[in-house]
Ligand binder design. Structure first.
Ligand code: UD1
Ligand code: MG
Length: 450
């Protein structure tokens, strides 16, 4: 039986931010959400998040995740003090407590499982994650009696010069036998440089404490400042890109590309340089995205070409071409075999199959059928200054260049709109509509004037 506690009450002074540290974003998810994500291989009976500094923000951000219990640490007197707040909540609890700092976002779920399994196998009082860090500055140093039995943890700022030479660091991820920890928690002292109650001091008192040493020290990087946040992002990117390439995705110039780990890429897709894929984006097989494109929370089908374009909250079906320089947003839905070209913006617009809009258009709140052709410079005037209005364009309809469709308006099927028309009234199927003044030519006029 295991309960989990995530320490998320600290302000994160070194971030120099109004936002609590654990809510800072790392590749599409907050630090604390990532820590919660590392628990997916274990089934905790209870999950506590200890909140304090701007606790309202932290609990609001995590509210949608189910079954979390928020415990308030009103004054942040240290990591030991944070865990002391659990005493009334876990009275009589006989299982283990997995305690994790909220700022260790790169942990793998397999590692958490290994920590727990080791703890149970050896029946330790506590088991902790450690690693040898090339630059251990800022981390607590772990001292062992033998290879894996821990005697104490000394914080960087409390270390003697000799102790600082030890590169074995405390990851801030612990599994405790709760009854044993609960017994000694009230005895923690504040005799350290920060005058805080350190959870790490519990390690000195408990016995036996075992270290689980990780080879990949990057996994347990703690985020305390913006530089470490940026470093963690790079590590995350390397992980995501390695995984994508292994799964059959070609990345051209990977260093210039960024991909959130919530993005799904099918095999034989090619991602070109300077392309950024964010949020819940899905890209189908054999598509070619970029260069210079940004796609967020969007679904792109198979064999789609996207060139120098921006797409958010939208979908594009198979075999369509987007760009160069297109902008799809606000739930734009493009069908298959469509062409959306140069300087075309689609907002909350549904486009059928085999429909083209190749140049210079704005289509907002519109519904287009199949086989439509939107002439260069066609604009939906969807906003009357107060409200947005819809435009319907039926199958096979063609708009001439520089047409303005004043919404609400309904163009039937197989309509032809003459170039330069301003359409203010509905047009029935199979008609030609011309809504512009006739050209007047006055021969010899210039001559006469002179
Ligand atoms: C801590 C460890 C250190 C370890 C490092 C790993 C202690 C004393 N030190 O140091 O040994 O190497 O993590 O990253 O534990 N928090 C609270 N309440 C508080 C104070 C902190 O909830 O009163 C939370 C913070 O929000 C944070 C976590 O605890 O998520 C760790 O606090 P932080 O100040 O980052 O500790 P470190 O100095 O990094
Ligand atoms: Mg930290």
């Amino acid at each position: 039986m295991v309960a989990v506690a995530i320490l998320a009450a600290g302000r994160g002074t070194r971030m120099k931010s109004d936002l609590p540290k654990v809510l800072h974003n790392l590749g599409g998810r907050s630090l604390v959400e990532r820590v919660l994500g590392s628990l997916c291989e274990i089934q905790p009976t209870r999950k506590f998040v200890i909140v304090g500094y701007r606790g309202d923000l932290v609990s609001a951000a995590l509210e949608p995740l189910s079954e979390l219990e928020f415990v308030e640490q009103t004054e942040q007197l240290g990591t030991g003090h944070a865990i002391q707040q659990l005493l009334p909540h876990l009275e009589g609890f006989e299982g283990n407590l997995l305690a994790l700092n909220g700022d260790v976002p790169l942990l793998r779920s397999e590692t958490i499982k290994l920590l727990l399994d080791t703890h149970n196998q050896y029946r330790n009082a506590a088991t902790i994650l450690t690693a040898h860090m090339p630059d251990p500055k800022g981390y607590g140093r772990v001292f062992c009696n033998n290879e894996s039995l821990v005697s104490q943890i000394v914080e960087d700022r409390d270390c003697t010069d000799a102790q600082k030479q030890n590169r074995r660091i405390n990851a801030g991820v612990y599994c405790f036998n709760w009854p044993k920890l609960a017994e000694i928690l009230p005895n923690l002292k504040t005799n350290n440089d920060q005058q805080e109650y350190y959870l790490t001091d519990a390690i000195k008192i408990l016995e036996p404490v075992m270290a689980v040493d990780l080879e990949d020290y990057q996994e347990i990087l703690g985020i305390n400042d913006r530089k470490q946040l940026a470093a963690a992002y790079q590590i995350l990117q390397t992980r995501i890109k390695d995984r994508s390439m292994k799964a059959g995705v070609t990345l051209i110039d990977p260093d210039s590309i960024t991909i959130d780990d919530t993005v799904e890429l099918a095999p034989d897709t090619i991602i070109e340089p300077q392309t950024h894929l964010r949020g819940k984006t899905k890209i189908g097989k054999g598509s070619r995205i970029g260069p210079g494109s940004s796609i967020e929370n969007s679904e792109i089908g198979n064999n789609v070409r996207v060139l120098y374009s921006v797409i958010s909250d939208s979908t594009v079906a198979d075999d369509s071409q987007i760009g160069p320089y297109s902008h799809l947003r606000g739930r734009a839905q493009v069908g298959s075999k469509c062409r959306v070209g140069n300087f075309v913006e689609l907002k909350n617009t549904t486009v059928g199959d085999r429909t083209n809009m190749a140049h210079l258009s704005y289509l907002g709140d519109a519904t287009l059928g199949d086989g439509v052709n939107i002439g260069a410079g066609t604009i939906t005037a969807n906003y009357d200054g107060v409200k947005k209005h819809p435009t319907q364009i039926g199958n096979g309809t063609k708009t001439g260049s520089n047409s303005v469709l004043v919404a609400p308006v309904n163009l039937g099927e197989n309509v032809t709109v003459a170039a330069g028309s301003t359409i203010t009234e509905d047009v029935p199927d199979d008609s030609l509509v011309i809504a512009r003044s006739r050209q007047v030519v006055k021969p010899g006029w210039q001559l006469k004037k002179e």
